[in-house]
Every structure is written in structure tokens, then in C-alpha cells.
Design a binder for this molecule. Structure first.
Ligand code: ATP
Length: 294
């Protein structure tokens, strides 16, 4: 049982009319892992997650979530997963505390309501009606509702959208503590630093396909991480070179120029640079294929 992944996806497809929103995804997420799903708007992240949550039916492929096909997941199974949807659905007249206490009552082994309120930093708002919360506070409540049932597997669809920087850092600390408890987490985010901070592995989905999967610090391959050196030649023209030995290159450029190179920069591509390169490359490939078929 321990060796069975929390999530197993084979040949997953979802077709909306002529649009293939998910176009053949294979993925395993081992228990205890935090996996970040990255990709541009409309890439198929939410569709994939919603199929895993049992909210959408797939067109083809096999899906197994905590040993169950989500298309047939019963109440027992639902109690083992936690869901934070892209846009929160909770609103209305209940207070934060009432809403959490209500949901806690629906689960067999809920977390303590006070603990959860503190974990998401809503202590000052626990007696406030949900309709009166700010956008970021409501998002914190969404996260609180996602974890109140002590899920084995937590789905977080763009969880920190609308959070201020401090709240994001508090949220990251909360996720790390859930990780330490062994919770498996599947996260979508447009914040590459969030993926770097939280993800053990990440996948990049573009046009419904997973174009890269790997440890966060290895995405794009070693080549994509080679440092870039930029400077200006004696005539002012911009120069750029990629090298594993930037210090050596800078020394030789300085020697050739007979002094300090103008506008010298040594850049290590960030996850964001690597991600943007992959998205651009996939876009160019799609255009070429479309042109070839036109
Ligand atoms: N109910 C639907 N009916 C028809 N098309 C849909 C439906 N839901 C999503 N799509 C289409 O499927 C594709 C994938 O959408 P999805 O919401 O999964 O993307 P996403 O990666 O989550 O994007 P975002 O980053 O903007 O949230 C898009 O082209 C979208 O327009």
C-alpha cells in the first residue's frame, strides 16, 4: 500500500468539443510529495486537477487517487482529500469560526478549529461574517476549509492569489508543516518562487501536455541552467555567452579589453527564465506544426 502513489494518471484526456484541454498526460505523485503543476493560462491545469478531485469526468485514460477512481469516489474517499478551488465558493452570513466548525463536523478526524484559524492567521477575524472578509482573507478561509478535515491529499489550485507578501510567506510555512505531517500536496501556481519554495517536483503543462517533469531544481535540464555572461565589446556592441566557468570568461574578457568590461553581468537562469524559455519553445513548436498542417 505504501508504495502505491497517491496519484496515478495514465493517458488522461479531456475534450471540450474540438478543444483537447488535456491531451494525454501520464504522471505519478508518490505519497508525501508536494508536486507543483505549472503552465500558462488555459494550459489544462485546473481541468486536470478537477478530474482528480472528481469534479469533472475525463474523456479517456486511467486515473487513480488514493487507490480510487475519482469518477466513482464515495464519501469515505472524499473525506480523505482536501480541496482548495481556484475561486472560493464560501460566502454568506456565517462567521469564519461557524463555517469551520460546521465543516469540521462533516469529517471523521477533523483538525481543531482554533488550530486551523491560527494556522491561516484569521484569529482577528474569527467572528467576522464571511461576506465581510477581504479577498485575501477569504482565500485564507478557503485554505482553512481545505485542511480542516485533515486530508491525506490536498489539492491547492492557485492558493495564494490575492495574498499579500507576508500572508504568502505564512501560507508557505503552513504548507511546510502539512508536508512534515506527511500530507501529499498537488499545487497549481503562477508564482514560480512558490513552486521553488514548496515543490519537491514540478511539471510544466502546455496545451494539455506535460512538456517537462522533474525535481524543481532540475527542470529544463542542465543545459538550461548554464550561467550567462553579458558585457559590451570595446566598440560598445552587446555580447553574450553561456559558460560553466563564468569567472574564467570574465577574466579573459577583462584581459582582452584591458580593463573593466562595460555593463558586465553574470546571470544564473532562474526557474522563471527556464519556464519562460520552455513556454516559448512549446509555442514555437505548436506554430510550426499548425503551419505544416495549414
Ligand atoms: N467547461 C469548459 N467548457 C469548454 N472549455 C473549457 C471548459 N473549461 C475549460 N475549458 C478550456 O480548456 C482549456 C484548459 O482550461 P483550464 O481551466 O484547465 O486551464 P488552466 O491551465 O487551469 O488555466 P488558468 O491558469 O487560466 O487557470 C482552456 O482552453 C479552456 O478554455
Amino acid at each position: 500500500m505504501e508504495n502505491i502513489p497517491a496519484v496515478r494518471i495514465r493517458g488522461l484526456r479531456k475534450q471540450y468539443g474540438t478543444v483537447a484541454a488535456v491531451d494525454g498526460i501520464d504522471l505519478d505523485i508518490p505519497r508525501g510529495e508536494t508536486f507543483a503543476l505549472l503552465g500558462p493560462n488555459g494550459a489544462g491545469k485546473s481541468t486536470t486537477i478537477e478530474i482528480l478531485e472528481g469534479y469533472r469526468l475525463r474523456s479517456a485514460g486511467e486515473v487513480d487517487v488514493l487507490g480510487v477512481d475519482p469518477a466513482h469516489g464515495g464519501l469515505d474517499w472524499k473525506a480523505r482529500i482536501g480541496i482548495v478551488l481556484q475561486s472560493g465558493t464560501e460566502s454568506g452570513a456565517m462567521t469564519v469560526r461557524e463555517q469551520l466548525a460546521h465543516f469540521a463536523g462533516l469529517y471523521p478526524h477533523p483538525r481543531d478549529v482554533d488550530e486551523v484559524i491560527a494556522a491561516v492567521g484569521l484569529e482577528a477575524k474569527e467572528r467576522t461574517r464571511i461576506a465581510k472578509l477581504s479577498g485575501g482573507q477569504r482565500r485564507r478561509l478557503d485554505v482553512a476549509l481545505g485542511i480542516i478535515g485533515r486530508p491525506e491529499l490536498l489539492f491547492l489550485d492557485e492558493p495564494t492569489t490575492g495574498f499579500d507578501p507576508e500572508a504568502r510567506r505564512e501560507f508557505w510555512a503552513l504548507i511546510r508543516s502539512l508536508k512534515r505531517e506527511g500530507t501529499t500536496i498537488l499545487l497549481t501556481t503562477h508564482y514560480l518562487d512558490e513552486a521553488e519554495q514548496l515543490g519537491d517536483r514540478a511539471g510544466i503543462i502546455i496545451g494539455g501536455r506535460l512538456v517537462d517533469v522533474g525535481r524543481v531544481h532540475e527542470l529544463g535540464g542542465a543545459e538550461a541552467r548554464v550561467p550567462i555572461v553579458r558585457w559590451r565589446d570595446a566598440d560598445g556592441s552587446p555580447r553574450e555567452a553561456r559558460t560553466e566557468h563564468p569567472a574564467r570568461l570574465v577574466a579573459s574578457v577583462a584581459r582582452d579589453l584591458g580593463g573593466e568590461p562595460v555593463d558586465l553581468e553574470v546571470i544564473r537562469p532562474s526557474l522563471e527564465d527556464i519556464y519562460l524559455d520552455l513556454v516559448r519553445a512549446a509555442g514555437a513548436e505548436t506554430r510550426e506544426t499548425e503551419e505544416a498542417h495549414a
